[in-house]
Design a binder for this molecule. Structure first.
Ligand code: F0G
Length: 456
């Protein structure tokens, strides 16, 4: 770990290529959000000043990654770039059978179509929504087993991403041979990007190995998780990030990974396993949907960028900056008068719209109202994670995700200033009504309208 004697955490990079961002007048943004049916997914990105919709595929690649692109070997089979990709993933995970896929949900889909099916059960600390959708699409049951603290937005407890081990043991006993696999999603996106402790991964591993149940890691944010372990889990403070990452993978039997997060690439993913029998089935399914197993829906150049990005994301100066800057963002929002889910995770800040807009009932969609307000007043795009996304949701949140290496502290300070402007008007923000909605995954395409006027 390098020595940094000052309090200010600076971006651990300087900027070599820049991309202009648009600035619109509030009247122009009002026109744009009206045209989008008051749903931020409907906005053209050209009308968004600071885009915090997701941290997925939105990071800035390094000079090393851009130059690796030129090394891409576009051979259909057995390309040099595949061997580089495979070597990087094997160094990270130790797994024998490694497949590239075009993104995380492709790996999930391959698993769903080979290992799952009607009557089977999948246990997870909390399924990400694409994982759940793929499990359910196969006819299997997707059960979430988060620890109880995950439901408490104000508790500063560490490792709120953990799985409830007692509940896991009960579920394994209850569902017996029907349990097709167990997943740990690290970090646990759906409960606020909360990390998972190594003790918990070890506990899950023990229970699964005793019963011969395959245990996989959804490793989209493996490096951020390792940083929290090193910082907060007793016994891990002096262990290098790379060794922590490897230990987590050692405890499992395979992984899925969206490389669009901690792989810091615009597209890419991984499916890996120790089992030759699983690998055989994965390979055949992959050929049907993704392409040949040595490119998996990606160009050779993409494989090169993943190989470099996976290593860069474990850089400790980068991780310190990454996690500290998300915490800085959360502190600023709270000081501006916006309650946020505690403690802040690695990749995003989750604002508690239910508490901020307590004058609105849940069916008045306070989260959608707050998301619209961030766009209308500041050109900032976040995403509602509440009643609109998950009807019956327990918490009414808006997520501001932080793309990797993309925005500077000045951008974050600007969003915090916008938040203060909104907090001062919170009591006057109108509710939202659904005008039109599709039968499933309605948050992407529903159109809304405010039930009152957004104040100036
Ligand atoms: N698993 C987790 C934990 C994720 O956060 C995501 C994507 C996926 C799997 C699916 O990966 O998008 O590459 O197919 N999360 C993004 C987000 C979309 O905004 O949180 P993908």
């Amino acid at each position: 770990m390098s020595v940094w004697p000052f309090r200010t955490i600076i971006e651990p990079f300087r900027i070599k290529a820049v991309e202009p961002i648009p600035f619109l007048a509030q009247s122009e943004r009002r026109t744009a959000i009206e045209a989008a049916g008051w749903n931020v997914f409907g906005l053209s990105a050209d009308t968004v000043t600071i885009d915090l919709l997701t941290d997925s595929g939105t990071g800035a690649m390094s000079a090393a990654q851009w130059s690796a692109l030129m090394q891409g070997d576009e051979s259909y089979a057995g390309s040099r770039s595949f061997h580089r990709f495979e070597a990087a993933v094997r160094e990270l995970t130790g797994y024998e059978f490694i497949f590239p896929v075009h993104q995380g949900r492709a790996a999930e889909r391959i698993i769903a179509r080979t290992l799952l099916g009607p009557g089977k059960v999948v246990l997870n600390n909390t399924h990400f929504d694409t994982t759940r959708a793929n499990v359910e699409q196969s006819g299997s049951l997707a059960l979430d087993l988060p620890v109880p603290e995950a439901a408490n937005a104000t508790s500063h407890a560490r490792f709120k991403g953990d799985m409830d081990l007692a509940a896991l043991e009960t579920a394994l006993d209850h569902h017996g041979d029907n349990v097709a696999m167990v997943f740990i999603t690290m970090t646990n996106n759906a409960v606020g990007g909360q990390p998972v402790s190594m003790a918990n991964v070890a506990g899950v591993s023990r229970l699964c190995r005793a019963r011969n149940v395959p245990f996989f890691i959804d490793a989209a944010r493996f490096a951020e998780n390792a940083w929290f372990v090193q910082r907060d889990e007793p016994g891990w403070h002096d262990v290098p990030i790379k060794a922590i990452v490897r230990r987590a993978f050692d405890l499992a039997d395979g992984c899925t990974m969206s490389a669009k997060k901690d792989g810091i690439v615009h597209i890419g993913g991984v499916l890996a396993t120790r089992s030759a029998a699983q690998a055989e089935r994965f390979r055949n399914e992959l050929i049907l949907g993704e392409g040949y197993p040595s490119y998996g829906g990606l160009a050779g150049r993409d494989l090169e960028a993943v190989a470099v990005g996976l290593m860069e994301s474990m850089d400790e100066d980068y991780l310190r900056y990454r996690v500290r800057s998300t915490a800085y963002f959360a502190e600023g929002l709270e000081q501006a008068g916006i309650p946020v889910v505690q403690p802040p995770g690695g990749h995003a800040v989750y604002m508690d719209a239910g508490r901020l807009l307590s004058h609105l009932a849940l069916d008045a969609l306070p989260g959608a109202s707050l998301a619209a307000a961030f766009y209308l007043y500041g050109g900032v795009r976040g995403v509602e994670v509440g009643t609109l996304m998950f009807p019956g949701a327990r918490l009414e949140l808006v997520r501001l995700a932080v793309p990797r290496r993309t925005y500077t502290q000045a951008h974050v300070d600007y969003v915090i200033e916008v938040a203060g402007h909104i907090a001062a008007r919170a009591k006057d923000l109108p509710g939202m009504r659904i005008v039109r909605q599709p039968p499933f995954l309605r948050h992407f395409t529903a159109t809304l309208e405010p039930t009152g006027h957004f104040p100036d």
